[in-house]
Design a binder for this molecule. Structure first.
Ligand SMILES: [Zn+2]
Length: 434
């Protein structure tokens, strides 16, 4: 049975590749976690302009700020609001309110580990110096964390804080002034907006706006079913741990909801991969896992199919970054379409027909990034068909083995794993009846 919504999802269920590389970012150098031994937190009181601090004064400042930051992360883990707010200038009432909200949100995520520590510092940011005096010091702060039950190893994101010395101690006076110096998703994590509701169900964690708590329950149910579907057709071990963000705010995790060339097309959801040394942007180290971020415009009509597509990306994200885009998107579409047809009442026949009558005649090569940017329908449809063809030829188990090899070694393994060249796969897919 045809259902327009299902077909629509077929076109709209578009996500970035495993690397999330489409998101433009500023590269930055990762910083190792500094020690968190508790020392006296005493501000060095610069007698001259900050630019003239000696190296040892700067080191002392860094040490003092790292102690404060370590206390703040400990306070989050222990549920100590007072301890968390202790380092904040009480006169900055809006800042205090934002930080109180941040604490409330952070507590809901259930971090198994959390560390804040200073990274690059910025002396004399004009607007902040003007507001807080010449001794104000702005610094990027790394937040390195693991969400319990989700992240097998720590991932990280960044924040921008400004501190000022007050009566011999540094206090936090601002938390937004250097946001433009952060990575794209810096200070745009799900906990950085309004109060959230975190719903856990099985291996799934869903984040919604607190005012939309019932949406969280609904999405969690759908997400859990999507996990089951992915496991059925992706024949490799996957623990099903996934975080789905379905918040109303547009810029959570810095997602942009159009892609492609020209006017582009709307993205319904994205799977954003997290790396060992980076939250978004230039990856450092290996991929640790992914978050699914849903386009706010789609959050209330989110169906299982869309999540199945995105979760296939999540299930495969840690395998490696070398799978060609036709394999990444084709596999996600394959699992989505298989899971739709697991229900005998549903069919993707109209999609099948569209690919066979409209798209296959234009298929000349395995679809590249250019085809995805220029004609998403053509690219997703034919990539799906190519993977259907390979699944028919190899079976789901060998298809998964092929995908792992592609993710690790790239397209060069095609001939070895399938017995076919790229050109032969294209020719075979064009003739494949499905
Ligand atoms: Zn996708």
């Amino acid at each position: 049975m045809n259902h327009p919504k299902r077909l629509y999802a077929g076109v709209a269920a578009l996500a970035l590749t495993a690397s999330g590389a489409v998101v433009a970012v500023r590269a930055w150098r990762g910083d190792a976690a500094s020690g968190t031994s508790v020392l006296a937190v005493r501000a060095t009181t610069p007698s001259t302009t900050p630019g003239q601090l000696t190296a040892s004064q700067k080191a002392a400042r860094k040490k003092a700020l790292d102690v404060i930051l370590a206390r703040r992360s400990d306070a989050v883990l222990k549920g100590d609001l007072k301890g968390f707010l202790a380092s904040i200038d009480p006169k900055q009432t809006e800042l205090v309110a934002r930080q109180r909200m941040l604490f409330t949100n952070l507590r809901k995520f259930g971090f198994s580990t959390l560390q804040y520590f200073t990274a690059d510092g910025f002396d004399a940011v004009p607007a902040l110096v003007e507001k807080f005096g010449a001794t104000a010091f702005s610094t990027r702060v790394m937040m390195r964390y693991q969400i319990s039950g989700l992240d097998p190893r720590p991932v990280q994101t960044d924040l921008g804080y400004t501190f000022a010395p007050r009566v011999g101690s540094w206090v936090l006076v601002d938390d937004t002034g250097i946001d433009e110096l952060l990575t794209e998703a810096g200070h745009r994590q799900p906990w950085d907006f309004d109060e959230v509701q975190v719903v856990r169900r099985g291996t799934v964690v869903v984040v919604v706006d607190k005012r939309e708590a019932s949406l969280g329950t609904k999405v969690a149910k759908v997400a859990e079913k999507a996990v089951t579907s992915v496991r059925k057709h992706w024949k490799r071990p996957w623990n099903g741990a996934v975080l789905v963000v379905a918040m109303p705010q547009e810029r959570v995790m810095s997602t942009l909801w159009t892609a492609g060339s020209g006017d582009g097309w709307t993205i319904a959801a994205k799977a954003v991969t997290l790396f060992e040394g980076e939250q978004l942007g230039k990856p450092i180290g290996r991929p640790i896992g992914s978050r699914i971020v849903v386009n706010p415009a789609f959050r209330k009509k989110l169906d299982k199919d869309l999540l199945v597509h995105e979760m296939t990306h999540v299930a495969t994200a840690t395998l490696g970054l070398n799978a060609p885009i036709w394999a990444v998107e084709g596999l996600a579409e394959y699992v989505r379409c298989r899971s739709i047809e697991d229900d005998p009442h549903w069919s993707v026949d109209p999609y099948r027909k569209r690919v066979r009558t409209k798209y296959l005649s234009n298929l000349k090569a395995l679809p590249s990034y250019t085809v995805f940017a220029d004609d998403a329908d053509q690219a997703y449809g034919t990539s799906w068909w190519i993977v259907e063809y390979l699944a028919d030829k190899l079976g789901e188990k060998k298809l998964a083995t092929l995908y792992v090899d592609l993710a690790q070694h790239g397209e060069a393994v095609l001939k070895k794993d399938t017995g076919l060249t790229a050109a032969q796969i294209v020719a075979g897919a064009k003739k494949f009846k499905g």
